[in-house]
Structure formats: structure tokens, C-alpha cells
Design a protein around this ligand. Structure first.
Ligand SMILES: Nc1ncnc2c1ncn2[C@@H]1O[C@H](COP(=O)(O)OP(=O)(O)OP(=O)(O)O)[C@@H](O)[C@H]1O
Length: 335
């Protein structure tokens, strides 16, 4: 478990302290995939670099599995860093080393593994990220997705319990992004690995994360289960991210809603209720007529969800709303 107690960070620039992370409390549970989303400069990288003390905090305490890491000696810090792997947007591979040597590098650096152990672990990792046949290639001979898989294998070399991912899919095309996210999801399940993942795309959070923190101006402005934050965003920054991921222009959406008549409801279906043929029976029971203004069915991790914005006219609106809520549909009155 990773616990932040009033952790803060300022950078000294020309004798002035520039705040990057304001005092923050946060808990990341062991074995979860935790997303951190925010615009450029929000403080995401700073927050993540505090977890492995690449940046020392200027205040507060960081506890990992109940140990306060802020007081670690240099030797304790070296041992601790082996427990925390990291992958990067631009992969940060060593161009003069082969794939196998890149993966072996952190183990050699640690100086505590035998040659045979390193050889065996590298083979195991190459197989795990499906790159056995690329072992002797150099990074320049690989695609972006392959480079990131080398990055992941290298990050796992010393068997860490935490994996930090700094915009790990931002340089990849959508299909490669999917396969890298699937690999991260599988590793999380297989190894019980805690994954902390920075991104500026809510879609990445939706696909792979259990919980998410939304950052803005050095603060965590919203935090919770992805299904809650994504389906019912509270903070304006979170709403922007969710609309952006749905390719919706919030101004256009407002204009569309103004043109619609009657009462406007936003319905959220989760899990099996997503597939129920509910609207026809609700319309018949309540005498309400409806038209669909927008709709979407997708998944949050493995759970299906649907969202529909409807305008309703005539009939008994209260009966319609009661019937929807009785079927476990979340009903939000937009207007
Ligand atoms: N080494 C540094 N020295 C001085 N200021 C820094 C340093 N690193 C970050 N900052 C500043 O701290 C703030 C937060 O930066 P940070 O990189 O954590 O944000 P971010 O959300 O990760 O942004 P991006 O998505 O662009 O990487 C920014 O204002 C940034 O300019």
C-alpha cells in the first residue's frame, strides 16, 4: 500500500519555490491499477516521481507497506528502488545494447544476481512480453509497441511490486496502445503488481484502471473508483476529460440540448442492465414519449455500461423515473 500524508513538493527556480504538488493525502491499495489523469503541468509526473523518491518531497510523509520511505538512507533507497519499476513515454532504452541486454541491465546494476540468474530471468521476461525472437535486435530495429514491451520487461527484471507508468502509451498508435494496456492489465492480475499510471487520456483510465485521481494545478481535485468518476464526474476538469474521451464538444452538446423539447434525462446503465430492453416497457407503462439525443455503450475495465441522454414528453414522468430506478438505472435530470 502506498500512503501519502500531506505530501508536497516545490521546485527551487532562481531562488523561488515553485509549487508543483500542494499538500496531498492519498492511498493506493496493493494490487490495484491506479490512474492519475490531468493536463500538462498539473503535477502528475511530480506525484509519481515522489513514489520512488526520484524527487524528494518538501513536506509530508510517504509510506510504502507501512514503512516511511522519506527517512531512508542511501543503501535503503537503493534496495527500495528495486521494488519499484518504471516505464516511460519514450521508452528510455539504451540504443547501444540489444533487447536482451537492455532487460538484463537493472539486474547487472543491482550487483546481487549471478550470471545464470540474469540469463534465466531475461529469457523468462522475453517470453512473457512475446519478444523471444527479438532478443538480439537493437532498439532502433523495433516498433514503438515492441520498444515499450522491452521497457516493461526491463522494469520487471528485479521483480518489483510496484510499476510506475509515465504516459507509457502516449507515443503509440491506438491499436498498439490497446495491446500494451492489455499486457499491463494481465501483469497486474498475474503478479498482483500495483500499477500507478499517468495519462492525459480518460480512455486509458477507463480501459485499465480500478481507481483514478484527477489532478489540476498541483491538487488532486477528484479521486475514486473509475466507474464513479467516469460515469458521474463532479469537478469541471474531470467533466472535460470525460467529454474529451467521448469526442464530445461540451459547447455543441449544450446547443443540442437547448433545441430539444420536454424533460431531459441522462440515464446510466451498469453491468447487465446495459443490455435490458427497458425503454419500450417504461414508455408503455408511463405513456411517456422519448427521443434519443445521444448514446453510448462501452466498457469500464470488464464491466459494460451504457449512457443515454433522452428528451421525454407527455405521459407520467414520475412513473417513468420510478420504473427506471427500480431497474437499477441511474437517472440524472439534466433539465
Ligand atoms: N525539475 C523541475 N524544476 C522546476 N519546475 C519543475 C520541475 N519539474 C516540474 N516542474 C514544474 O512543476 C509543475 C508540475 O510539473 P509536472 O511535470 O509534475 O506536471 P505533469 O502533469 O506531469 O505535466 P506533463 O504532462 O507536461 O508532464 C509544472 O509547473 C512544471 O513546470
Amino acid at each position: 500500500m502506498i500512503v501519502f500524508n500531506q505530501v508536497q513538493k516545490s521546485y527551487q527556480v532562481g531562488g523561488r519555490a515553485i509549487p508543483a504538488l500542494l499538500p496531498t493525502d492519498m492511498t493506493i491499495e496493493t494490487g490495484e491499477v491506479f490512474g492519475i489523469v490531468g493536463h500538462s503541468g498539473a503535477g502528475k509526473s511530480t506525484l509519481v516521481r515522489l513514489i520512488n523518491l526520484l524527487e524528494p518531497p518538501t513536506g509530508g510523509d510517504i509510506l510504502i507497506d507501512d514503512e516511511n520511505i522519506t527517512g531512508y538512507s542511501a543503501a535503503e533507497l537503493r534496495a527500495f528502488r528495486r521494488k519499484v519499476g518504471m516505464i516511460f513515454q519514450h521508452f528510455n532504452l539504451l540504443s547501444s545494447k540489444t533487447v536482451a541486454d537492455n532487460i538484463a541491465f537493472p539486474m547487472k546494476l543491482a550487483g546481487i544476481y549471478s550470471k545464470a540468474e540474469i540469463r534465466e530471468r531475461v529469457q523468462e521476461l522475453l517470453a512473457r512480453v512475446s519478444l523471444t525472437d527479438q532478443a538480439d535486435k537493437y532498439p532502433s530495429q523495433l516498433s514503438g509497441g515492441q520498444k515499450q514491451r522491452v521497457g516493461i520487461a526491463r522494469a520487471l527484471a528485479c521483480r518489483p511490486t510496484i510499476l510506475l507508468c509515465d504516459e507509457a502509451t502516449s507515443a503509440l498508435d491506438p491499436q498498439t496502445t490497446q495491446s500494451v494496456l492489455r499486457l499491463l492489465g494481465d501483469l497486474n492480475k498475474e503478479l498482483g503488481l500495483t500499477i500507478v499510471l499517468i495519462t492525459h487520456e480518460m480512455d486509458v483510465v477507463r480501459r485499465v484502471c480500478d481507481r483514478v485521481a484527477v489532478m489540476d494545478g498541483g491538487r488532486v481535485v477528484e479521486m475514486g473508483a473509475v466507474s464513479d468518476v467516469f460515469l458521474h464526474p463532479q469537478h469541471p476538469t474531470t467533466r472535460d476529460f470525460v467529454f474529451e474521451s467521448e469526442s464530445v464538444d461540451s459547447q455543441e452538446r449544450q446547443q443540442d440540448l437547448q433545441k430539444a423539447s420536454g424533460r431531459i434525462l441522462r440515464l446510466t446503465f451498469r453491468g447487465e442492465s446495459t443490455y435490458q430492453p427497458l425503454l419500450g416497457s417504461v414508455a408503455r407503462a408511463s405513456g411517456v414519449d422519448f427521443s434519443i439525443l445521444s448514446g453510448r455503450i462501452d466498457h469500464i475495465k470488464d464491466t459494460p455500461y451504457g449512457q443515454l441522454t433522452l428528451s421525454l414528453v407527455g405521459g407520467d414522468l414520475e412513473v417513468a423515473m420510478e420504473a427506471l430506478e427500480a431497474a437499477d438505472v441511474h437517472v440524472e435530470v439534466v433539465r
